[in-house]
Ligand binder design. Structure first.
Ligand code: CMC
Length: 432
């Protein structure tokens, strides 16, 4: 970390303490409180970590007020529109965009590791058919440590890289297997001549009796969805991966922990909720009544796919999602999809309504992604699984960055204790 450029002063119990302030390359400064407890005996209190930087990172930067998202300095819209997911994976993991030669080698490496150990198929068969695919993902990704135990020594840089490549390569295969299992169809093996997104679509939608010819517009849409979800700084699942990894847990276990966290409706489940909301509204004429319900605080109804903890402006990913939705419907030959119509009109009305303007509520990435995924043929139960496939590269890159940090320590938050003070044990017969 660079030398502090200024200090903050804290006065506690009449004593003054100087706290170093560090400057990032862009974004807010951070007040360094690492010595605070030792010097003052006090902790800081910040539930939900709304004002706490838990690490330093050079991977992803978000400016929520301006609606900016950068991966290693590159704007998300450049990567999604001019690059692709494989390049984005390389960039997030290694820090730079690949040269043509590096890209070719990396893509081959990923493509040639998409098959999973054949015994994993037996492992899948232990689940009930109606199991949620996210439950299956948490278990099977965690189980990878049992199948690939030659790459779980986190102190060996080469093993870390092999485990990372394995997860990027095999995650789509495992996700497609979870889907196929849930609908009672046989697993479809990956094909090395297809790109990352096209291969995934084929593993989901081909059947032994009929191949699935991948529409390039659909493959591009899938690739963009992966790119837009690849990383998002220190969100709940990424912080979970870092915390799990801080104890020295193996990378497969850490990513399984991240998937478990992502499963929550406040994190990965919002696109499903946004799609359900559009279905519930049904047609444009019902929008004003729905908006009234959203504004009525006693209704507890929110406009799903709107608002964000960090973005107080347009989520830059939402703009690309909207464009992609039109491309997909064009390719399908559908020019009047009712849900797309409702979404567009809802967005128009909300963006001109004082309630949303004053609260800085704009469409987020989930507003259009559900519509696209449904058009591609995915059931809602798979939406969060697709998010997990995309976010794997972000989790792994953040985990790798953390392990390489020389001062890396086990994560151990403190607490404000509000329970009973010390009291003596009372035997059962004497309890009131
Ligand atoms: N619809 C209606 N009102 C809203 C909404 C919404 N979607 N979001 C926030 N508000 C209102 C809220 O009622 C409050 O109003 P008031 O000040 O009158 O009490 C004000 O805006 C601030 O709300 P908040 O809950 O303090 O804001 P937050 O920053 O904690 O919430 C959020 C962020 C994403 C949880 C919230 O905007 C929300 O619930 N959105 C809908 C769910 C959604 O789309 N989530 C996906 C997030 S993007 C996925 C990702 O990046 O992982």
């Amino acid at each position: 970390m660079a030398e502090p450029n200024k200090v903050a002063t804290l006065t506690l119990d009449g004593k003054t303490h100087e706290l170093p302030v560090h400057k990032g390359s862009i974004g807010p400064d951070v007040v360094d409180i690492t010595k605070l407890y030792g010097e003052t005996g006090a902790f800081t209190y910040d539930p939900g970590f709304t004002s706490t930087a838990a690490c330093q990172s050079s991977i992803t930067y978000i400016d929520g007020d301006e609606g900016i998202l950068l991966y290693r300095g590159y704007p998300i819209e450049h990567l999604a529109e001019q690059g692709d997911f494989i390049e984005t994976c390389y960039l997030l993991y290694y820090g730079e965009l690949p040269t043509a030669q590096q890209r070719k080698a990396f893509e081959k490496n990923i493509t040639y590791h998409t098959m999973v150990h054949e015994q994993m198929a037996q492992f899948f068969r232990g689940f009930r058919r109606d199991a949620h695919p996210m439950a299956v993902m948490v278990a099977t990704v965690g189980a990878m440590a049992a199948f690939y135990h030659d790459s779980i020594d986190i102190n060996d840089a080469r093993q870390r890289e092999i485990a990372s490549h394995r997860m990027i390569a095999k995650m789509p295969t495992i996700a497609a297997m979870a889907y196929k299992y849930s609908i009672g169809q046989p697993f479809v093996y990956p094909r090395n001549d297809l790109g990352y997104a096209a291969n995934f679509l084929r593993m989901c939608f081909a059947v032994p009796c009929e191949d699935y010819v991948v529409n390039p517009v659909f493959a591009r849409a899938m690739d963009r969805i992966f790119t837009l979800h690849a990383d998002h700084e220190q969100n709940a699942s990424t912080s979970t991966v870092r915390l799990a990894g801080s104890s020295g847990a193996n990378p497969f276990a850490c990513i399984a922990a991240g998937i478990a966290c992502l499963w929550g409706p406040a994190h990965g489940g919002a696109n499903e909720a946004a799609l359900n909301m559009l279905k519930e509204i049904g047609k444009k004429e019902n929008i004003p009544a729905f908006i009234d319900k959203v504004k009525d605080k006693s209704s507890n109804v929110r406009l799903m796919g709107f608002g964000h903890r960090v973005y107080k402006n347009y989520d830059p990913r939402a703009i690309i999602m909207q464009k992609t939705a039109y491309e997909v419907f064009d390719a399908l030959g559908v020019d009047d999809d009712p849900l797309l119509e409702v979404a567009r009109e809802l967005e128009r009305i909300a963006l001109s309504d004082e309630y949303f303007i004053s609260r800085k509520l704009y469409p987020n990435v989930d507003f259009y992604s559900g519509i696209i995924l449904r058009a591609l043929g995915f059931p809602t139960s798979m939406f969060t699984v697709l998010f997990a496939v995309a976010r794997t590269i972000g989790w792994i890159s953040q985990w790798k960055e953390m392990i390489a940090e020389p001062n890396q320590k086990i994560g151990r938050p403190r607490q404000l204790y509000v329970g009973s003070e010390r009291r003596d044990y009372v035997s059962l017969s004497r309890r009131g």
